[in-house]
Design a protein around this ligand. Structure first.
Ligand code: GDP
Ligand code: IMO
Ligand code: MG
Length: 431
């Protein structure tokens, strides 16, 4: 049962890409199974920085099959751009890429709907989506009548499918936009454009469900690369300020077709503090000089949209919840180096809601909005730690901080990251 999954335990951007890249060498397959080009996973190799949105972060390692499974919503133009970028840089192994014929395809109407609908939720705050058409594509997938999958693009019915959907979408979009602002979509032009993408991607497209099931049965080592973070999970996250897929560990089986019994290790990726892009409650947010300190040192600007990320203290209530939800058995604490220089560090250990203190993560966003964090204060450290390569080399206060995270989340810290590069990773054997 040599399956591993890597899941972000916060609101995304926990540095999953770095850990997936590192673990790739011990695996035969790396699998993206949900989300789409809303993800931006960074892998640093020497002086080269790769920002991957749809390609699995294993693509830079030889001999590994990289799979975009059925649960991903695929923007084919973006996949091609990423493949071309790798080719231009003489990097990666794109010939190892497989894309599910069951994956749903993002079309121009999805972008148009994303732009029109993100203005506000029913409670007035913007979700602040990445604008990549993710929500509208997943909605069409579940709605079925207007959905097109990658495998459909190779059939003689593709043209009539596009015509059918475009006719319907033009009617809907006309209503969603202010009068005169929406330019109707042209079915023939979209058909031509997407037929070109389909041809280009043809060598990569296959039945990845069958491929992965066979691999799992043969004992191949599978690595599942989560996108976003568990707090953005559509069913269990901070709804409606979430993404449109199951971005916690619960999405692996549905998104890949591989049952959970083939996974025996789940690594929860935790940024040493908290960040969030877009709207929604964030109890430990520091909209003050401390937040700015974290943003500056952590270069906290969105990989996909370049938006400044909201920054705050670590939230152990949320982490304990998402670690249980994803079945995590080990934590990787990332960007610990960003905290150097802070006099003291705060960790949220409980919420006070309407005068009652609780360690339960609220199921309703209104309750989370009213949650006041109860903080525990820990001493910080002055030293820069980007050069540390062993747990023992870290300052005593940094080790105490890591130990406390492990205690509060009730899972061992097995890895610590002190910089973006591959070598800036500490494997913790004993705390
Ligand atoms: P992902 O979406 O979870 O893969 O994370 P992102 O790539 O969006 O954001 C993580 C950012 O932190 C990237 O720019 C990484 O290169 C960088 N990074 C990763 N690990 C570390 C670390 O330990 N320290 C610092 N300072 N940066 C890191
Ligand atoms: P990675 O994989 C951080 C956020 C958006 C928005 C909400 C919904 O790099 O960690 P969507 O476009 O998905 O409908 O937007 O989810 N979001 C992310 N935030 N990291 C991501 O991916 C994200 N993907 C989506 O900012 O708040
Ligand atoms: Mg990211």
């Amino acid at each position: 049962m040599p399956g591993t999954c890597v899941i972000g335990l916060q609101w995304g951007d926990e540095a999953k890409g770095k850990i997936v890249d590192r673990l790739t060498r011990e695996h035969d397959f790396v699998v993206r199974y949900q989300g789409g080009a809303n993800a931006g996973h960074t892998v640093v190799v020497g002086d080269q920085v790769y920002k991957l949105s749809l390609l699995p972060s294993g693509i830079l390692t030889p001999g590994v099959t990289c799979v975009i499974a059925s649960g991903v919503v695929v923007n084919p133009a973006r996949v091609i751009e990423e493949l071309d970028d790798l080719a231009k840089r003489g990097a990666g192994y794109p010939e190892n890429l497989r894309i599910s014929d069951r994956a749903h395809v993002i079309f121009p109407w999805h972008f148009a709907e994303d732009r029109a609908l993100d203005k506000s939720t029913s409670d007035g705050e913007n979700i602040g989506t990445t604008g990549r058409g993710i929500g509208p594509c997943y909605r069409d997938k579940v709605g079925r009548a207007h959905a097109i999958r990658l495998g459909d693009m190779y059939r003689s019915t593709f043209r009539s499918q596009v015509e059918h959907v475009v006719a319907a979408k033009n009617r809907v979009l006309e209503v969603l936009y202010p009068p005169g602002e929406f330019k109707p979509l042209d079915a023939s032009q979209i058909f031509r454009e997407y037929t070109g993408y389909a041809e280009r991607l043809r060598p990569h497209v296959c039945d990845t469900t069958e491929l992965l099931l066979t691999a799992a049965e043969e004992g191949k080592r599978l690595l599942f690369e989560g996108a976003q973070g568990a707090l953005l999970d559509v069913d269990h996250g901070t709804y409606p300020f979430v993404t449109s897929s199951n971005s916690s560990g619960v999405g692996i089986a549905s998104g890949s077709g591989v049952p959970g019994r083939h996974i025996n290790r789940c690594i929860g990726i935790v940024k040493a503090y908290s960040t969030r892009v877009g709207g929604g409650p964030f109890p430990t947010e520091q909209d003050n000089p401390t937040g700015q300190y974290l943003r500056d040192r952590g270069n906290e600007y969105g990989t996909v949209t370049r938006r400044p990320r909201r920054c705050g203290w670590l939230d152990a209530v949320a982490l304990r919840y998402t670690s249980r939800l994803s079945g995590v058995d080990m934590l990787a604490v990332m960007l610990l180096d960003v905290l150097s220089g802070l006099e003291t560090l705060q960790v949220c250990t409980a919420y006070e809601i309407d005068g009652k203190t609780s360690v339960r993560f609220p199921s309703h966003v209104d309750d989370l909005r009213r949650a006041k964090p109860v903080y525990e204060t820990l001493p910080g450290w002055k030293e820069e730690i980007t050069g540390c390569r062993t747990y023992e080399a870290l300052p005593a206060n940094a080790r105490a901080y890591l130990r406390r995270i492990g205690e509060l989340v009730k899972q061992p810290v097995g890895m610590v990251s002190v910089g973006p590069e591959r070598e800036q990773t500490i494997v913790v054997s004993k705390m």
